[in-house]
Design a protein. Structure first.
Length: 47
């Protein structure tokens, strides 16, 4: 998705820990995903 200009939230796993991109927001659990979505809703982060 990043190739299309779409920022993504990526849950870190052993399979993707090598992926690095400034357009990807890394999270470690569902609570982190919720927090990142709240940041978007509150205008603290732009997608």
């Amino acid at each position: 998705m990043v190739d299309n200009g779409i920022k993504s939230i990526l849950m870190t796993t052993k399979m993707n820990e090598q992926i690095e991109d400034r357009e990807i927001v890394r999270v470690n659990n569902w609570n982190n995903i919720y927090t990142e979505i709240q940041k978007i809703k509150n205008g603290e982060m732009k997608f």
